[in-house]
Every structure is written in structure tokens, then in C-alpha cells.
Design a protein around this ligand. Structure first.
Ligand code: S3P
Length: 445
């Protein structure tokens, strides 16, 4: 799980038109949740399309360590035999979360309302990320946490059973914090309520309901009130995980910036709490079409086609940020090829992702010839108007998969190749990224 041992440098060079119809791996957020909830159901669940990336495998290993039986079948589907809500066992080893903030924060929620103690460790990137945002509500519910200085990993969390139900208004727009409290609430007597002033991805709510939890969502005075009644029994499910819109963003933006391209990514999740990037790209003039809309396992899905487009800079509405929070690195790249200025603000959260995504992108974009101005809460990018960037240098991915893939895409329209110092982190979310880009680069006959 540790990809910080031996860096895997790789160069991405100017490409001819990209074309083809592809699929991307399963949605990371939905994959984590499908393993966790299946592991808490009574009986056997089946999961198709699970993302087999390092982050999700970290969740699988942790759920196994706490008693679930999780296996991959010969057909690529996964089966999970759950322990029942309240049935998690004391793990005998530390839980190695690798690079995965979602695994860490959601699993802390699960452990918080069980009578078990778990120690969470992670790689250098994860060990720099703030955990107080989940420690605070989980402590109110009764968990006892011993944490490294600055609220970082490694940390040890001792759960309490029965835990105390709380009403918690989210101080940051974070689906991970919301989900941690809801998952703790699943094994807590009474009703746990999370108040969400700014909506974030709602996969936890959808899937908890799908598994039979007693969960309601009401909008009161513009805020979402999510109530979960604890100590419910979850029924095993057959889950089909849609393609990850955050992964689809890379080949689709590549098609927008490489002249002559047309790329379709089939079977992409287009949940409105995740699809902000596509809205913003359209505002910039991108030719992007959704086709074949359908619903799969309680989530909206579509095929998305993007064609090479002349993009124009815009002021990106900050209120869209939560619905595209993981897509800013690749939007910065798109903006680098647009005509005029793109202003992106209200993005403080990007500073505490797998890397400081504002600083890392600003540094790398400048190095390959883009004009950018770093702000405390965002970035202003002055685009080339479609001309290639200079490239010809090595950029740092800083243990951040989305940084690595964003600069790889930038290399596809740069005069000299862009070398990424380490593509290893891409294995956390999109293991076949390089092959897929190569496949799209082969001229179609
Ligand atoms: C995620 C929520 C987001 C996102 C992360 C996955 C999730 O984090 O950046 O990649 O699955 O809940 P925050 O909720 O902390 O913004």
C-alpha cells in the first residue's frame, strides 16, 4: 500500500487527437461505502464494479481486520459477509490507511460507536492531514482519541458502546465528516442528526437508505438535516458501482485541450453532488454531452462525450466547489488552455487534500509555462488561448494521484514532454490511467 518507497517517473508528450469510447474504474467514494456497509449487513452482499485501487483495498483490509469476510470472485465481483451493526471485532493489528483520507475518517466513525480500540496509521501525505474535524464530533459521541500533534495520524481511537447521539452542524463542507458521524450514528441508540449548511456528496445517505437504515433528509431554512436512527439491521445488497466522475474528468479534459479529439466515457456517475466540473466546463464553452441517462443502484449514471473545444476563462462560482472539490487540479489545467483569465476562489479545502493542491498545482503549472497567480483560497490562471504550453521539465506529484494525472494531461498539449516525478500515487484511484490514455492516443482506423 505504500507507494512512497520507489518513485515511478513518467513523461507525457504532445499527442495527436485522442479518440475512442472507454470506461473508467468504479467510483472511489461509493466503493469505500459499499465495503463498509456490506461489512455491517447481516448476510452476503455482492459488489460489481468495485474500484480495485489502493485506497479501497485499504478499506477492505481494515473491514477484514474487524471481522468481515471479503473476497474477489473469478468474475471480478466482490462478495462481503457482514458482521451486523454493532458486530465489529477488535482489530489485532494497526489499520494501515495508506494514502486514504476517506478510509481513515469514515472508519473512525464506525469504530467510535463500537467497544473496540483501533490505531490508524498512514503514509507521509495522510499523516499531514487534519483529523480534528472528525475527532471533535466523535468525541462528543463518547469516543476517546489519542492523536499525534496537530491532530494528525498516527492516532488511537477507543470507541464507546452505547455511544451518545448528537446533533452536529458541520463547520466545514465535508462529506467525510458527515459520513463519519452518520456511520457512528448507525450503532448509537436514538437519533443522530447532522446539519449540513452546504450540501456535499450524498452517497452515504443514498446507500444507507438502500441497505435499509432508517434515515431521513429534510431541508430546513436552506440547510440539510440528516437524521439516522441507530441500532438498525442492514440487509445485504447487490451493488453496482458506477464509473468515477472524478476519474472520467482526466480523459474528458484531455479531449477538450488536444486539437481534433473526441472521447466518450461510458457509465459515469453523474450524481449532482459530484458533477460540478461538467457544469463549469460548459460555462467555459466546452462541448460536453451527456447521453443514455439512467439510474444504477440508486445513483444517476450517463455516458459523457467531450470534443476539442475553444475554452474561455470565467469566474468559477464558489458555491459549485463542493460538487467538484476533487476536480480543481484538472480544471486548473483546462483553464491554462482557455482564452483569458479563469478565477477560482473559495477553495481553502484544497490545501488539506492529499497535497496542498493550490500550491502544488501553482508550482507545477508555472514550471511548464502557464501563467498563474496563487491566492490564499484559490488560483487565477491566464490561459494560452489553446496554444500548447512549453513543458520540458519535471513536476512534483507530492504523493497526490490527482496532481500526477493533471500534469500528465497537460503534457498531452505541451511542446516538450512533461515528466511527472512519481506516477505511483495514481494506483490509489485510477490504476489503468496510463494505459487508457495510450489507448485513446492510437489513431482510430
Ligand atoms: C470524499 C469526500 C471529499 C473528497 C474525497 C472523497 C468522500 O472529501 O475530497 O476525495 O468519499 O466522502 P471532503 O469531504 O473532506 O471534502
Amino acid at each position: 500500500m505504500s507507494h512512497d518507497a520507489s518513485p515511478r517517473p513518467m513523461a507525457f508528450a504532445r499527442s495527436g487527437p485522442l479518440s475512442g469510447v472507454v470506461r473508467v474504474p468504479g467510483d472511489k467514494s461509493i466503493s469505500h461505502r459499499s465495503l463498509m456497509l456490506s461489512a455491517l449487513a447481516v448476510g452476503e452482499s455482492r459488489i460489481e464494479g468495485l474500484l480495485e485501487g489502493e485506497d479501497v483495498l485499504a478499506t477492505a483490509a481494515a473491514m477484514r481486520a474487524m471481522g468481515a469476510t471479503i473476497e474477489r470472485g473469478a468474475d471480478g465481483a466482490w462478495t462481503v459477509s457482514g458482521v451486523g451493526v454493532g458486530g465489529l471485532l477488535q482489530p489485532e493489528t494497526t489499520l494501515d490507511m495508506g494514502n486514504s483520507g476517506t478510509s481513515t475518517r469514515l472508519l473512525m466513525g464506525l469504530v467510535a460507536s463500537h467497544s473496540i480500540t483501533a490505531t490508524f496509521i498512514g503514509d507521509a501525505s495522510l499523516s499531514r492531514r487534519p483529523m480534528n474535524r472528525v475527532i471533535e464530533p466523535l468525541s462528543l459521541m463518547g469516543a476517546d482519541v489519542t492523536v499525534s500533534p496537530g491532530g494528525r495520524l498516527p492516532l488511537m481511537l477507543r470507541g464507546l458502546c452505547p455511544a451518545v447521539p448528537i446533533i452536529y452542524r458541520l463547520p466545514v463542507a465535508s462529506a467525510q465528516v458527515k459520513s463519519a458521524v452518520l456511520l457512528a450514528g448507525l450503532n448509537t441508540p436514538g437519533i443522530t442528526r447532522v446539519i449540513e449548511p452546504v450540501p456535499t456528496r450524498d452517497h452515504s445517505e443514498r446507500m444507507l437508505k438502500g441497505f435499509g437504515a432508517d434515515l431521513t433528509v429534510e431541508v430546513e431554512n436552506g440547510e440539510r438535516h440528516i437524521r439516522i436512527r441507530g441500532e438498525a439491521e442492514l440487509k445485504p445488497q447487490h451493488i453496482v458501482v458506477p464509473g468515477d466522475p472524478s476519474s472520467a474528468a482526466f480523459p474528458l479534459v484531455a479531449a477538450l485541450i488536444v486539437p481534433g479529439s473526441a472521447v466518450t466515457v461510458e457509465n459515469v456517475g453523474v450524481n449532482p453532488t459530484r458533477a460540478g466540473l461538467y457544469e463549469v466546463l460548459r460555462m467555459m464553452g466546452a462541448e460536453i454531452a451527456f447521453s443514455n441517462p439512467r439510474e444504477v443502484g440508486g445513483e444517476p449514471v450517463a455516458d459523457i462525450t467531450a470534443c476539442f473545444s475553444t475554452l474561455s476563462g470565467i469566474d468559477v462560482p464558489p458555491e459549485l466547489a463542493p460538487s467538484m472539490i476533487d476536480e480543481f487540479p484538472i480544471l486548473f489545467v483546462a483553464a491554462a488552455f482557455a482564452q483569458g483569465r479563469t478565477v477560482m476562489r473559495g477553495l481553502e479545502e484544497l490545501r488539506v487534500k492529499e497535497s496542498d493542491r493550490i500550491a502544488t498545482m501553482a508550482e507545477g503549472l508555472r514550471a511548464i509555462g502557464a501563467r498563474v497567480e496563487e491566492l490564499p483560497d484559490g488560483l487565477i490562471v491566464e490561459g494560452t488561448g489553446g496554444e500548447p504550453l512549453a513543458g520540458g521539465t519535471t513536476v512534483a506529484s507530492r504523493l497526490d494521484h490527482r496532481i500526477a494525472m493533471s500534469f500528465a494531461v497537460a503534457g498531452l498539449n505541451s511542446l516538450a514532454p512533461v515528466e511527472i516525478d512519481d506516477m505511483g500515487p495514481v494506483a490509489t484511484s485510477f490504476p489503468n490511467f496510463t494505459n487508457l490514455i495510450e489507448q485513446l492516443s492510437v489513431p482510430q482506423s
